[in-house]
Ligand binder design. Structure first.
Ligand code: NAD
Length: 639
């Protein structure tokens, strides 16, 4: 192919992009040629390392070749783009996980798709002219080709800044941000490549490295962290608007040209990915959820039209006022079911037993079935769940399963169900309890499972019924490393994040500690609003101040208990439960039961429990959302 030169020279597999007139933009054919070469060389003993470079001075690779994507997309054919992105991302993962050294030489522009081949290897070399960027937000896409992994791993909130502003990094910046490893002047690349070819020894790269130029981004980090610390696009814009600096003004100006939907999704993606369980596959899988929908529901086609086809630089973005509803972000990032990005080596389709198919368990089981797992369910009630075949007992659902999941009302019921299913399970299988129960029940079931040669994980969730349906739950898991590893691929389907908190019981411990904070903070937020009312302070002003001041919290910023203020929440729906006050009371009781047995002093938790008990059992709180504490405080005076 004339756009790419693939060969073996000496001990090196060589991939040279030979399309300098198009800034070496990568076409689908080039992508597939790289994929095939990498697969061949992976097992080939004659190849010790792989070298990527490119002809021309202006660019290593300025991105993916989007002309064809635009052409097919505007004709209503979204499948071409989906196939391009799917196969490109598989190649990106292959490169990232490559078992041999990969050396890349990145002169001029390396952007978007270029980052996906240039910045995933083991030795990434920059020079005087290097300019690296993830500019996708500017064309209505999100950073992809694994770019969200690199942005999530960048220092502080630099990832948000670079993703949202499409900022370009010089050589020093690229090394600081983790997109490159070594600075080597361009005039010695030729000799170095010859040495690598002859020896097959990548350590020559390190010995030729020189100190890079200073990073301007490093110097800006205090400003970047201050401005981009928020949890959402709204938070970040609010902060930037209150900062009186050239940096804030320039950044706001740049962001005014960029797709609001893409920016909001990028922040959410980085928030989900950041953490110890981040892998390239998780990042690519999440990116694919967006790109799969980018033409049909996103701003991608409009972005390409404005920037590249008509060049009017005046895109008609959705949500042009920069207020992007949470629901619009969720819609772009919800799981793709059977269309989800998969990787060839992955084992597909576990056999799963699912017991307890209520508000939470039902949609969780449906998501597992949609992802291609073989799910057999059981519930005391007569329920039917899409894609799930029903058994007539818990033991029958558990027989022969690789993993049995329970999602039940309380610890007593969990113990009873576990006594039925453990004898029916095969040794080596895993029992995963996702209910919220007391720590003692979790540990008791763990002991019974271990005695039967089974793995056990207690993995309660946060995220509510919306998270269960959208596959965006957070799992907090306790159990052995082996048990967690077995359950993790299923957590990836049902949720956005799973944290392995420690041994059995640690998941429940994390859950009740989290919910104790949540209960206490909700009460604090509600009583502060009621006080503000009595002091004559406008609720919106109160929100504007607190949501960007030291009193901010999830209950204020994301789940505001005051109707008509902040993002949509149950308060705007007459306090119909997202998370019922009764369930909060249950969790606070679990926290106080645990505090009692661990001899921990938790006066605020105790008071929160007493207040929710009074609200649910002595007043009108039963059946209402837990944020309905605000109207309760509103009506009361000081006693
Ligand atoms: P739910 O009452 O809707 O579902 C529980 C299901 O378990 C019901 O369908 C019930 O019929 C079934 N069940 C009860 N006993 C059974 C048995 N012996 N065998 C088989 N099935 C049995 O409750 P939910 O809202 O789905 O909550 C389930 C768990 O998740 C609870 O522990 C809850 O605290 C926790 N949780 C709920 C939320 C939420 O927002 N709803 C959020 C996080 C955690």
């Amino acid at each position: 192919m004339s756009d790419i030169d693939i060969r073996v020279t000496g001990r090196a597999g060589r991939i040279t992009l030979t399309r300098p007139s198009a800034l070496n933009a990568m076409s689908y054919d080039m992508c597939m040629a790289i994929d095939a070469a990498l697969r061949n060389w992976r097992e080939d003993d004659a190849v010790d390392l792989v070298i990527f470079d490119a002809e021309g001075d202006k660019a290593f690779c300025a991105g993916g070749d989007i002309a064809e994507l635009y052409d097919t997309g505007t004709r209503g054919n979204y499948e071409y783009g989906r196939t391009f992105w799917r196969d490109e991302y598989r190649m990106n993962a292959l490169l990232f996980e490559y078992p041999k050294p990969v050396v890349s030489f990145l002169q001029g522009f390396t952007m978007g798709g270029g980052v996906g081949i240039g910045c995933h290897g083991s030795h990434r070399v920059v020079c005087e002219t290097s300019k690296i960027a993830m500019p996708e937000n500017g064309i209505g896409l999100v950073p992809d080709v694994g770019g969200t992994l690199m942005l999530a791993l960048a220092p502080g909130r630099l990832g948000e800044y670079l993703g949202l502003t499409a900022g370009r990094m010089g050589p020093g910046d690229a090394i600081f941000a983790g997109f490159a490893d070594h600075y080597i002047p361009r005039d010695i690349w030729g000799d170095l490549i010859a040495m690598l070819e002859a020896s097959g020894d990548a350590s020559h790269v390190e010995t030729h490295a020189q100190p890079a130029t200073d990073s301007t981004l490093e110097a800006q980090m205090p400003q970047i962290d201050e401005a981009f610390g928020g949890e959402s696009l709204g938070d970040i814009l609010n902060t930037l608007r209150t900062l009186d600096s050239d940096f804030a003004a320039d950044t706001l100006k740049t962001m005014s040209r960029i797709s609001p939907l893409s920016m909001a999704c990028t922040i959410e993606m980085l928030r989900r990915l950041r953490g110890p369980s981040l892998t390239i596959r998780k990042a690519l899988e999440l990116e694919y959820r967006f790109t799969y929908r980018a033409m049909e529901h996103g701003d991608f086609l409009e972005g390409i039209r404005a920037q590249i086809i008509d060049k009017d630089r005046n895109p008609a973005w959705q949500f042009a006022d920069q207020n992007v509803p949470v629901a619009a972000v969720s819609k772009m990032l919800q799981p793709l079911g059977k269309d989800a990005l998969s990787f060839e080596e992955e084992k597909q389709g576990m056999k799963i037993g699912f017991i307890g198919l209520g508000n939470m368990g039902g949609p969780m089981a449906a998501n597992l079935a949609k992802a291609g797992h073989d799910v057999t369910g059981f519930d005391m009630a007569d329920v039917a769940i899409d894609g799930v075949s029903m058994a007539d007992s818990a033991a029958a659902a558990a027989a022969g399963a690789d993993v049995v999941i329970t999602m039940l009302p309380n610890g007593q019921i969990l113990r009873a169900v576990a006594a039925d299913v453990i004898p029916a399970m095969a040794a080596g299988a895993a029992l995963v309890d996702c209910s919220t129960v007391d720590v003692d029940s979790a540990r008791a079931v763990d002991a019974d499972a271990a005695a039967a040669g089974l793995l056990f994980v207690d993995a309660p969730v946060s995220g509510g019924i919306g998270g269960a349906a959208g596959g965006t739950l957070t799992f907090m898991a306790g159990g052995s490393a082996d048990a967690f590893a077995k359950a993790e691929p299923l957590f990836d389907v049902m949720g956005q994040k799973a944290v392995h908190c420690g041994d059995a019981g640690a998941g429940q411990a994390a859950k009740i500690c989290n919910n104790m904070i949540l209960g206490v903070t909700m009460i604090a937020t509600c009583e502060a609003f009621a006080l503000a009312d009595k002091l004559g302070l406008d609720r919106q002003k109160m929100f504007d101040v607190v949501s960007t001041s030291s009193g901010y919290s999830w209950t204020m910023n994301a789940y505001c208990p005051a109707p008509g203020v902040g993002p949509q929440s149950p308060a705007d729906n007459d306090y119909t439960p997202g998370f019922a006050a009764d369930l909060m009371l249950k969790d606070l009781r679990l926290s106080q039961q645990a505090a009692e047995s661990a001899d921990a002093d938790t006066p605020m938790g105790q008071l929160a429990q007493a207040l929710y008990a009074q609200f649910v059992e002595g007043e009108d709180g039963a059946g209402k959302d837990f944020s309905a504490m605000l109207p309760r405080f509103e009506k009361r005076g000081r006693e």
